[in-house]
Design a protein around this ligand. Structure first.
Ligand SMILES: NC(=O)c1ccc[n+]([C@@H]2O[C@H](COP(=O)([O-])OP(=O)(O)OC[C@H]3O[C@@H](n4cnc5c(N)ncnc54)[C@H](O)[C@@H]3O)[C@@H](O)[C@H]2O)c1
Length: 320
């Protein structure tokens, strides 16, 4: 089986490739190694992947149709996971064009190539941010979505393009609305590793909305286990969208207290809520549970413990 994973040097892409690659599954990874956050972190993840001879890396940009087509022409992919994207809600306020380029044009290139080269299944990353600011929880897949920035709009757009393609062509589409994924090798621009890193480097940590946020933290291993089950399943529907979440929102202040106990006191500067941030995310994961029969989600204390143990090893955290 040949699988294309875009964004393979990113947080989720890295874990997926690392978990899937074996003598029966060849993984072809694409990433442009951009500098939205330290490329050294991406290179460290890649150096782990490259140890496996069934992993092959292409440093390419998904918005470059010709470059990506060459990879499709050489390898007959059975499955695609599109995890490459310009991530980050806040960054999208300052840099909207990046989101149009990578998340919309890049996505369109891949979906079109999937059609032309007869790919069977196309998994793509959407986001909990498509829901916008809501007051009733948990958030369910069938409720109306209201993106409030270019990032979440690009994800809604992906879902809509996938829906249209699914009406005309034979590819099976699965959209994954990820909710605050955390874990080892996580993103340095997201709360947990940003907090740990500011303690280590004695840098000021800006606590938005005075810490009054709740997030549905979802441990990376649970994400990968679900993706693996979906990958091998018989997908009956032409296009399905799933919340990928633990379904248990956690108070940000609880996370920061736990990390402070492990790493010491940070320099914290509290500030008001940023426009781009929502107060709370809390997804319903019943639809995904029903599909994959995966019920045993990691609780926040166990997930944080694994991440803390990992982060205490200087070699792992040196580029953060
Ligand atoms: N981590 C989360 O909590 C979370 C939540 C919601 C949605 N998502 C989505 O999941 C996907 C993976 O997220 P992640 O956390 O691993 O992010 P990440 O930034 O760590 O990984 C994305 C990777 O894609 C690459 N990339 C970006 N633009 C590219 C382009 N034009 N061509 C080729 N490569 C490109 C980047 O270099 C990066 O390595 C993204 O689509 C993201 O929007 C993540």
């Amino acid at each position: 089986m040949k699988i294309l994973v875009t964004g393979c040097a990113g947080f989720i892409g890295f874990h997926l490739c690392n978990n899937l690659v074996n003598k029966h599954i060849r993984i072809f990874g694409v990433d442009n190694l951009n500098d939205y956050y330290s490329p050294s972190i991406k290179k460290s993840r890649l150096s782990i992947l490259k140890k496996n001879k069934n992993f092959r890396f292409y440093k390419k940009d998904i918005s470059n149709y010709k470059a990506i087509e060459k990879i499709f022409a050489k390898n007959k992919f059975d499955i695609i996971f599109n995890l490459a994207a310009q991530a980050g809600v806040r960054y999208s306020i300052e840099n909207p064009r990046e989101y149009i380029k990578s998340n919309i044009l890049g996505f369109c290139n891949l979906i079109e190539l999937a059609r032309l080269y007869d790919v069977k299944k196309f998994f793509y990353a959407s986001s909990s941010s498509v829901y916008g600011e809501k007051r009733t929880f948990p958030l369910k897949e069938n409720q109306a979505i209201h993106p409030t920035n270019t990032y979440s709009l690009s994800k809604k757009n992906n879902e809509e393009i996938a829906e249209i393609y699914s009406n005309y062509y034979k590819i099976k589409f699965v959209g994954l609305r990820f909710f605050t994924i955390y874990g080892e090798w996580g993103r340095p621009d997201m709360l947990i590793l940003k907090f740990i890193s500011s303690i280590r480097k004695k840098k000021t940590f800006f606590l938005n909305n005075f810490g009054n946020h709740f997030r549905d933290f979802t441990y990376i291993n649970d994400v990968i286990k679900n993706l693996k089950i979906l990958l091998f399943m018989n997908l009956k529907k032409k296009h399905e969208i799933y919340n990928v979440c633990s379904g248990k929102p956690v108070d940000i202040k609880y996370i920061l207290r736990t990390l402070t106990k492990q790493f010491g006191n940070p320099i914290i500067k509290k500030r008001k809520k940023l426009n781009a941030d929502v107060l709370k995310t809390h997804g319903c994961n019943k639809k995904l549970k029903k599909k994959t029969k995966y019920y045993n989600y990691t609780n926040i204390d166990d997930g944080l413990k694994n991440l803390v143990d990992w982060a205490k090893n200087k070699k792992n955290i040196q580029n953060y």
